[in-house]
Design a protein around this ligand. Structure first.
Ligand code: PGA
Length: 260
């Protein structure tokens, strides 16, 4: 069975509730019935906690996923500012982005933490979107594959056997391409995606690895997404800036749908 494409917006720390409502109004107007869209492609949005309810209302009944942008691996406790997996579940979200490079860079998130979050989400049957990717310096010194391999393998050490059986998504996001307007070329991205799929094949077996969605992230937009999404191992995108405008993101979802 061919893998479905997944286009997931990453809104980062953007939008008020009224802006989010307006977005979904316009997004729906452009794409028509969202339930029809999700019959062919997977669509999601990682949003701030203040927007969970507004976004769930905006996509109600359509199968569009609303996700957190981070969560804690402990079920509860004295962790001011954090959101637990039971809270993500209770909020009726589909999962969470974890290990985004901004979290790794500004909040010292380690592979071990990312793995614990992966484990906790998977155990609750929520979808982890696990972000990996190299910095510019790492790419220039030829360390891209090593970095990505270490990030995935070290995280996986924290994921128990039962949690490994649950769905997850990997997002390959070269740090130098995030928010910079510099996109990896389709060939550069495909090379790393293929490497990740081979790595997953070693860890999960070839059949399972063939079914795992691997997204590209880093300045993907309406103009460059077709070429990226046409590559055999690029199954979608984690989209920051270009997901903030309904017009642009609707075009990208339409492109993914047309390619499916
Ligand atoms: P960008 O962000 O599309 O704005 O580069 C992608 C991301 O950080 O997930």
């Amino acid at each position: 069975m061919p893998r479905r494409k997944l286009l997931c917006g990453n809104w980062k720390m953007h939008k008020t509730r009224s802006e989010a409502s307006e977005f979904f109004h316009s997004f729906t107007k452009r794409l028509g019935n969202l339930s029809d869209v999700t019959r062919t492609v997977d669509v999601g949005f990682g949003v701030s906690a203040t927007l969970f309810d507004t976004c769930l209302t905006g996509v109600h009944g359509s199968g569009v996923k609303i996700l957190a942008q981070n969560c804690h691996f402990e079920a509860q406790g004295a962790f001011t500012g954090e959101i637990s997996v039971p809270q993500v579940l209770d909020a009726k979200l589909s999962g969470s982005i974890i290990g985004h490079s901004e979290r790794r860079q500004y909040y010292n998130e380690t592979d071990e933490f990312v793995g614990k979050k992966w484990n906790a989400l998977a155990k609750a049957s929520l979808l982890p979107i696990v972000c990996v990717g190299e910095t510019r310096q790492e790419r220039e010194s030829g360390k891209t594959f090593d970095v990505v391999k270490t990030q995935i393998e070290q995280s996986l050490k924290q994921v128990s056997a039962d949690a490994r059986d649950k769905d997850f998504v990997i997002a390959y996001e070269p740090v130098w391409a995030i928010g910079t307007g510099l996109t990896a070329t389709p060939d550069q991205a495909e090379e790393v995606h293929k490497f990740i799929r081979d790595l997953l094949s070693g860890a999960f077996g070839p059949e399972r690895a063939q079914a795992i969605q691997i997204l590209y992230g880093g300045s993907m937009n309406a103009a460059n997404c077709k070429e990226l999404l046409s590559k055999p191992n690029i199954d979608g995108g984690l989209v920051g800036g270009a997901s903030l405008k309904a017009e642009d993101f609707a075009l990208m979802v339409q492109t993914a749908k047309d390619l499916s």
